[in-house]
Design a binder for this molecule. Structure first.
Ligand code: AMP
Length: 301
């Protein structure tokens, strides 16, 4: 099994109706790798500064995440600050301090070129080519993006889409990227650019998997107490791709895609139950299995 995740390792300052946390560990790569580690043994690629806690590197190792691709550079780790109101789907980015992430060019360590799945989580769209040029042809490539990149580099993002099989984004982001007001029409436009599958995330309303001959809706687990929505999207992608890696299924089997989407939603539902990555520190395989079963009951009729 091999799933490579290229993404940010970060300090996040987060304010939600449940409280405020200063500079806790987050990042798209961090959330995604931890989520995937409940299914497979991912490799994380990214950059941190000298201030990144050794304790989190040890947590990665304890969860069998390969950290050879994490580069330590002089300076500070990427810092993002976000604020949420009572609607967890609405967030405001207060601050983005790129620090060592600015000018970072991912370097894939020797020996890690062969991967079944390569996932680019929220990275600069210009880096997609840089990463894919360093690995041998993966069986599945996937990309997640955020409005920051849609606004900053729409052209580069559309070009990057030609290189990937699966595209994850929020429904609003897909509409923004294509200029379409209808999600289905917007998704079809993206499918024309290259990807075979779009995962349109709809926050607390779940997600839609849209392919050329696939349409599947997955609900979000009903959660009464969303403590911190940060990382839900990255965790969904980690669960989705981690499951496909474990199942040795690389996009051709619709049943496995449906199951992967449910595991993505299940894992994301845990991520939001505590601040930062804390829920993942104590999450067990049994809890995942139980929630998967309750999910089945939730949607069968
Ligand atoms: P999500 O809530 O899943 O959309 O992702 C939240 C994570 O994305 C946070 O932990 C941030 O550190 C990270 N993030 C926010 N902005 C960026 C950016 N411009 N580049 C890379 N990662 C980012």
């Amino acid at each position: 099994m091999s799933l490579m995740i290229v993404g940010s390792l970060a300090f996040d300052t987060i304010e939600t109706p449940r409280g405020r946390r200063e500079k806790i560990v987050g990042g798209s790569g961090t959330y995604c790798s931890l989520a995937a580690s409940f299914f497979s043994q991912p490799r994380i690629v990214g950059v941190v500064g000298e201030d990144f806690p050794a304790e989190v590197m040890a947590l990665f190792k304890s969860r069998h995440i390969d950290t050879q691709g994490v580069e330590f550079q002089p300076g500070k780790t990427f810092h993002w600050e976000g604020r949420y109101g009572h609607d967890p789907n609405q967030r405001t980015t207060v601050k983005t301090e790129l620090n060592v992430l600015g000018g970072y060019r991912p370097r894939i360590p020797a020996g890690l070129e062969d991967n079944d799945i390569v996932f680019l989580a929220n990275v600069d769209p210009d880096l997609v080519e840089v990463v894919l040029g360093q690995v041998s042809r993966p069986r599945l490539t996937a990309l997640d993006t955020i409005n920051f990149w849609i606004q900053a580099k729409p052209g580069a993002l559309l070009k990057a889409l030609e290189r990937v099989d699966v595209f994850f984004a929020n429904d609003e982001e897909i509409k923004m990227l294509t200029g379409e007001v209808n999600l289905i029409r917007a998704a079809k436009k993206v499918l024309e650019r290259g990807p075979k599958l779009i995962i349109a995330k709809k926050g607390e309303h779940g997600a839609l998997a849209i392919g050329r001959d696939l349409f599947f809706g997955v609900v979000a687990h009903p959660c009464e107490d969303v403590v911190d929505p940060t990382g839900a999207g990255d965790s969904f992608a980690g669960g989705f791709l981690g499951y496909l890696d474990k199942a040795r299924s690389f996009g051709g089997n619709k049943k496995e895609i449906r199951k992967a989407a449910v595991f993505g939603s299940v894992i994301a539902s845990f991520a939001i139950e505590d601040f930062g990555i804390d829920r993942f520190r104590r999450l067990t395989a049994e809890e995942i299995e139980n929630r998967f079963r309750s999910f089945k009951r939730l949607v069968s009729f």
